[in-house]
Design a protein around this ligand. Structure first.
Ligand code: PEP
Length: 255
């Protein structure tokens, strides 16, 4: 049986300053959840990456940014490149989150360019895809997710896709308290795996890629979602803002 290491990602969005992070992590570190089978990744704002790296020094948790420039260096005022993100202690970066697609004009094309920039600098991209409520209600979930996926990963080599993570985040489930049912999540995760197996000739790819579910994950629904065969972890917003519920989600992810 294929064993994919699970990921639990805390997307702190634009919420935590340095002292919030210090408080969160001092509580977190007391829980000593260093299970080698689960990767925990904290994603603060750019300005707090360095302090987060310092505070996580002794732990095997990882750090991710929430966005990245598609440019690698130079006269791009206000942008943050992938190599600067690496320099701040990150191993991962969330790309194409639905909030960036909705409010900041992110498209599949920009997601694709940013994904390549991240990979070129040695960052692992967490590539977000997912339908809006009106897409689901119109029966277009499959079409939209396929379109997001195929275009976001366009022209990635097999080696590059194997260094990437996909996150399925139905937009209607993000921050709404409405979660996809375990069956709904599994259905789309299986679709994503089948698109990957159509796109890459090596069966290895579809089997090995981690696919996260995101959208109102809580300690109460995490076990049911994470026990689906194609769900390899959770991308968590609201429930990652306190150490206790996030720790409970990480515990639920233990194989
Ligand atoms: C997210 O923003 O990635 C997310 C899943 O948020 P929430 O858990 O709050 O729905």
């Amino acid at each position: 049986i294929m064993h994919r290491k699970r990921y639990c990602v805390a997307n702190w969005k634009m919420n935590f300053n340095g002292s919030d992070i210090q408080m969160f992590l001092s509580e977190w570190n007391n829980k000593s959840l260093n299970n080698p089978n689960i990767k925990t990744i904290f994603c603060p704002s750019f300005t707090e990456l360095n302090i987060t790296a310092k505070l996580l020094n002794q732990s095997n948790s990882k750090i991710g940014a929430q966005n990245v420039s598609n440019f690698s260096k130079g006269a791009f005022t206000g942008e943050v490149s992938a190599s600067l993100i690496v320099d701040s202690g990150c191993s991962h970066v969330i790309i194409g989150h639905s909030e960036r697609r909705q409010y900041f004009g992110e498209t599949n094309q920009s997601v694709n360019r940013k994904t390549k920039s991240a990979l070129n600098a040695g960052l692992i991209p967490i590539i977000c895809v997912g339908e809006m409520l009106e897409d689901r209600e119109a029966g277009k979930t499959e079409q939209v997710v396929k379109d997001h996926l195929v275009n976001s990963i366009a022209k990635l080599t097999e080696e590059q896709i194997l260094n990437s993570v996909i996150a399925y985040e139905p937009v209607w489930a993000i921050g709404t308290g409405k979660t996809a049912t375990p069956d709904q999540a599994q259905e789309v995760h299986a679709l994503i795996r089948s698109v990957l197996s159509d796109t890459y000739s090596s069966a290895n790819v579809a089997d090995r890629i981690r696919i996260q579910y995101g959208g109102s994950v809580t300690p109460a629904n995490a076990v049911a979602l994470l026990s689906q065969p194609d769900v390899d972890g959770a991308l968590v917003g609201g429930a990652s803002l306190e150490a206790e519920p996030f720790a409970d989600i990480v515990k639920a992810a233990q194989p």
